[in-house]
Design a protein around this ligand. Structure first.
Ligand SMILES: NC(=O)c1ccc[n+]([C@@H]2O[C@H](COP(=O)([O-])OP(=O)(O)OC[C@H]3O[C@@H](n4cnc5c(N)ncnc54)[C@H](OP(=O)(O)O)[C@@H]3O)[C@@H](O)[C@H]2O)c1
Length: 304
């Protein structure tokens, strides 16, 4: 019911906050929610918006579109990032670490597909949506922490785009000894909840958000039912993009928290996530993910 209420009756607020002087990275910003969030940041005076995309030509088109609609040139930069490749993630992080600072790392890129394929030895959806997402965040955490020291009154944000589909599973796989876990949005939520308290001490806000059902390129192969649901219920991509921007401005109350409709609302978390089993699963999932992350980049989880 909450889902239907949000889709029919709630319109997240149009962003008007100033991002003057801020350097912002948005992954997956050539289309969809990432593009619209990047457009809002640029319109709201961000100093620099890095469009982190796997297809640079598509990124350049997005940049032109943003410049045309905002009238602001020299704000967006297109940088290559392919989350299906650890080498690409590391190269991106190294480049981004040389930025003067990072005020917002908005990890929006993701895939939703019914087609099975592997990337870096794991199911592609897990590699892109979970493993590489946390590799990138943890590699850039020191930069976010350094930014926090510069302007203590304005905390940098590490924001992950989640989804209400995280609540559609009780993650039965968590009980097996060692497993490849397919419910990637649930895993994302568990990991954010596990590491956010450790990140908090360094002055960085780590939060996550549900944009609601929105028009975008996601779930291109989602079938007729999803197509019909979107036709009836979906928010426009621009309205969905507002929820991403909201998560990049909200304060300490959003630490480790879940946002929906552009507002902090841990009450909207799935029942499993907040259950006793969910807490145990959270620890187990993080332990398993940590092992994978450490193999990719030794020492990466030392602060968590
Ligand atoms: N739309 C919704 O209703 C909805 C609801 C809940 C949550 N979400 C979440 O919102 C986020 C954005 O989705 P969207 O709806 O805007 O979908 P979208 O239009 O398909 O955009 C996804 C973006 O992710 C990029 N991406 C995919 N694989 C990548 C990779 N290996 N490396 C780097 N970038 C990659 C895509 O690049 P290409 O263009 O090159 O493929 C695209 O820019 C996702 O995390 C999604 O799960 C969306």
């Amino acid at each position: 019911m909450g889902f239907l209420y949000s889709q029919f009756f709630v319109t997240p607020k149009y962003p008007t906050e100033s991002f003057a002087d801020q350097i912002i990275i948005v992954t997956g910003s050539n289309v969809g929610l990432g593009l619209e969030a990047a457009r809002h940041f640029s319109r709201c005076n961000a100093k620099k918006v890095v469009l982190a995309v796997r297809n640079v030509a598509a990124g350049e088109k997005a940049k032109q579109s943003i410049e045309k609609s905002t009238g602001r040139t020299d704000v967006c930069e297109v940088w290559e990032l392919d989350l299906a490749s650890y080498a690409s993630v590391k190269a991106f992080a190294e480049r981004a670490s040389k930025l003067p600072r990072i005020d917002v790392l908005l990890e929006n890129a993701g895939i939703a597909t019914r087609n099975f394929s592997l990337a870096e030895g794991h199911e592609r959806t897990i590699t892109v949506n979970v493993i590489s997402t946390f590799i990138l965040g943890l590699l850039l955490l020191p930069k976010l922490q350094a930014t926090a020291k510069e302007i203590p009154s304005r905390k940098p944000h590490w924001t992950i785009v989640s989804s209400e589909v995280h609540a559609w599973t009780n993650l039965p796989e968590w009980k097996s000894s060692n497993t490849s876990i397919p419910d990637f949005k649930t895993v994302e939520v568990l990991v954010v909840r596990e590491i956010a308290p450790k990140v908090a001490d360094s002055g960085v806000i780590l939060n996550m958000l549900n944009p609601g059902l929105c028009h975008s390129e996601l779930a291109r192969d989602g079938g007729w039912l999803l197509w019909f649901m979107k036709l009836v219920l979906a928010r426009t991509t621009e309205v969905g993009g507002r929820t991403l921007v909201a998560a990049a401005t909200v304060g300490d109350e959003s630490q480790g928290a879940y946002m929906t409709d552009g507002e902090v609302n841990n009450g909207a978390l799935g029942a499993f996530v907040t259950s006793e089993d969910g807490e145990k699963a959270q620890k187990k999932v993080w332990t398993e993910l940590k092992e994978i992350l450490e193999k990719v980049q030794p020492g990466i989880t030392s602060s968590c």
